[in-house]
Design a protein around this ligand. Structure first.
Ligand code: ASP
Length: 308
């Protein structure tokens, strides 16, 4: 058995999308199997690979049960001594949520590299094949670890990566932290440390055992915001709320009061910011706890906290 196997787990997305030949809109995501995607990339022909199709969906429809299966399959393969790393093919829309979920649940000591495409496999010039090659390069890089996202030659960390563009091939950013590195001519140029890998087996167990996931919603502060959305969600039985505040996590007064009432009833509430860069700076007298990451990742943390 070779000692440097890469496992490729397919979940769907535009990288596996099919449409009218030559067009890059109006396609259907999640149509082509992961083995077929790989067989179309001759540059990967010599690499020992195992493939599994974990799901075949458009990532806008990502579900908790898919996350559960993906975490379980990653954990299984990461435990195999001959596996160097994992590449996950994924849609771009919720890639950052899956990345943070896997980082929190697995905190892997080997690399788990999520990759994607902005153009379907049937486009005139698809970007998926190059992204796959780059993801393999990152997954085989000596010392690489943690959950990474590779798109358009950029290596992002799970905590920082965010989809920042609707159409451009280089659709992801890492905010003011910047990327972990770049893949250039088949090599990784590393700029900063890999994500931390301190596994929490109790959390992995809780995720594996969960039958029903908590209901956690994101509400946004904006002009004209008030208490109504928060009150309606609390009345409907929501388990936790993330609020995407304006600027430094600031909130409309009525909305803040509604969130404080919710907390008073035992609901977990965390405050993030709708700004793309920076993180909420805690100030004396803040009534609502702040979270340093983007609202969708604060939501992943809250889900995991409620599960555990
Ligand atoms: N809707 C697609 C998805 O997230 C978009 C993409 O992959 O670029 O699956």
């Amino acid at each position: 058995m070779s000692a440097d196997r890469i496992v490729v787990l397919g979940t769907g997305g535009t990288i596996a999308g099919r449409g009218q030949p030559g067009t890059d809109l109006g396609y259907v995501a999640g149509q082509i199997g992961v083995e077929d995607l790989l067989s179309g990339v001759p540059e990967l022909a010599g690499v020992p690979v195992a493939c599994e199709q974990v799901a075949q969906i458009d990532s806008k429809d990502m579900r908790f049960d898919v996350w559960q299966s993906l975490a379980a399959r990653c954990a299984h393969w990461l435990a195999q001594p001959d596996v160097t790393g994992i590449v996950v093919t994924h849609g771009t829309d919720t890639l950052e949520e899956t990345a943070w979920f896997l980082q929190r649940v697995l905190a892997p000591a080997k690399p788990v590299v999520i990759t994607c495409a902005m153009r379907p496999a049937t486009a005139l010039v698809p970007d998926g094949p190059q992204n796959l090659v780059d993801a393999f390069t990152a997954a085989r890089h000596p010392g690489a670890r943690g959950v990474l996202a590779v798109c358009a030659g950029v290596v992002h960390g799970a905590a920082e990566v965010r989809k920042v563009h609707t159409y451009r091939l280089d659709a992801f950013g890492s905010g003011d932290a910047g990327p972990i590195g770049y893949v250039e001519a088949g090599r990784v140029r590393q700029l900063r440390e890999w994500p931390r890998s301190v596994a929490d087996p109790a959390l992995s167990d809780a995720v594996a055992r969960a039958r029903e996931w908590p209901w956690v919603e994101i509400v946004t502060n904006h002009a004209g915001a008030g208490a109504r959305t928060v009150d309606a969600l609390v009345a409907a039985g929501v388990h936790g709320l993330v609020v995407a505040g304006t600027g430094n996590g600031s909130l409309n007064a009525a909305m803040e009061q509604a969130l404080l009432r919710a907390m008073g009833q035992g609901l977990r509430v965390v405050r993030s910011t709708r700004c793309l860069d920076g993180e909420v700076i805690v100030q004396a007298g803040d009534a609502l706890p702040a979270h340093p990451l983007a609202p969708v990742k604060a939501r992943v943390d809250l889900l995991l906290e409620l599960l555990a």
